[in-house]
Design a binder for this molecule. Structure first.
Ligand SMILES: Nc1ncnc2c1ncn2[C@@H]1O[C@H](COP(=O)(O)OP(=O)(O)O)[C@@H](O)[C@H]1O
Ligand SMILES: [Mg+2]
Length: 231
């Protein structure tokens, strides 16, 4: 569904990503593991057109989408959940979801009810301002907001960052539910245990370089590689 080939991305003069290539097959959850500063967020931003790569190619659903702006990628079916959530603090939960709703072209899969079914805590806080939610609830809202755009591919940036262990388990179940609906996910994470428990395939990134790739079983067995890559 997504193929990223030989990406090089810069912030100004700083060369951040070096020859990053990865593939995500339809219906899979693929993870990008790496410690802080490894280049996970930059990889997702490069794919989403928020940090356009200087070199390389991005193919989505068989089409070259390199260099397209984020709104065009969103229309093609890519949803993006940023690590900093970026929800509107002064809008209610419902309003945050409402503004993310695209005009219905074809069938609408996600609506308020579906999002509230996935995250019952959000339903409870339907009228609460986004800024008053806890960190975990804001993360749920950020995912809900991306779903309102009816994506078939989701870029998910560190959903478990800062969450209590119990909530981490809840997110694992929710992401599995999403996978069950046929959604394809590229998941950037530092939490190895959480991530490997729900992924099909994984990449490890360090210093802007993919240093290992393999099936989840290979990754689980390969402690040495993980240590070498710093996670
Ligand atoms: N806006 C920016 N300008 C300059 N450097 C940045 C910017 N954002 C991130 N970086 C640098 O790029 C590298 C990769 O960062 P990032 O992709 O955020 O890593 P991760 O998401 O894996 O923690 C880090 O060295 C970070 O300091
Ligand atoms: Mg990051």
């Amino acid at each position: 569904m997504l193929e990223v080939m030989n990406l090089h991305t810069y912030y100004g003069l700083s060369h951040i990503l070096f020859d990053v290539s990865l593939k995500v097959d339809q219906g899979h959850v693929v993870c990008l593991l790496g410690r802080n500063g490894a280049g996970k967020t930059t990889t997702l931003k490069s794919i989403m057109g928020l940090a356009p790569p200087a070199k390389g190619k991005i193919i989505f659903k068989g089409e070259d989408v390199t260099g397209l702006p984020p709104y065009r990628l969103a229309r093609k079916g890519i949803g993006y959940v940023p690590d900093d959530r970026r929800i509107f603090a002064d809008l209610t939960v419902r309003e945050n979801l409402e503004i993310a709703m695209k005009s219905t072209e074809g069938k609408r899969i996600w609506d308020f009810e579906k999002v509230y079914e996935l995250f019952p805590s959000l339903k409870k806080f339907d009228k609460r301002k986004g800024g008053l939610l806890s960190g975990g609830e804001q993360k749920m809202l950020a995912i809900g907001r991306a779903l309102m755009g009816n994506p078939d591919f989701l870029l998910l940036d560190e959903p478990t960052e800062g969450l209590a262990p119990l909530l981490v388990m809840e997110f694992r179940d929710r992401i599995n539910t999403l996978k069950g609906t046929g959604l394809t996910v590229l998941l950037a994470e530092q939490n190895v245990k959480f991530t490997l428990s729900l992924s099909d395939y994984g990449y490890i990134i360090e210093n802007g370089v993919i240093c290992y790739k393999g099936s989840v079983d290979e990754l689980k067995e390969n402690d040495e590689v993980r240590k070498k890559c710093g996670i």
